[in-house]
Ligand binder design. Structure first.
Ligand SMILES: [Zn+2]
Length: 79
């Protein structure tokens, strides 16, 4: 999954599903942080690991895992 890396700031964006999403993140970052100029060392990083952002995303994943475990437990008594 691609992400945008800014060499001047030393930051990497979250991973995007498409390269277009990472490009758009880079364009927004350039405008906001660098007045539209291209910072040295910026690039797209391929195969960045997908990490849910803190907060709600982790809780949603944990809720889904708990729901699947509950469904598996209940299926033992149905059949
Ligand atoms: Zn930057």
């Amino acid at each position: 999954m691609p992400s945008y890396y800014c060499g001047k700031c030393g930051t990497t964006s979250r991973a995007y599903l498409t390269a277009a999403g990472a490009h758009q993140h880079g364009a927004d970052h350039r405008t906001r942080a660098h007045g539209g100029d291209h910072p040295d060392g910026e690039c797209l990083v391929a195969n960045a690991p997908f990490m849910p952002r803190a907060g709600e995303d982790w809780r949603l994943i944990l809720a889904m895992v708990a729901l699947l475990a509950l469904a598996g437990f209940c299926s033992r008594f149905i059949s």
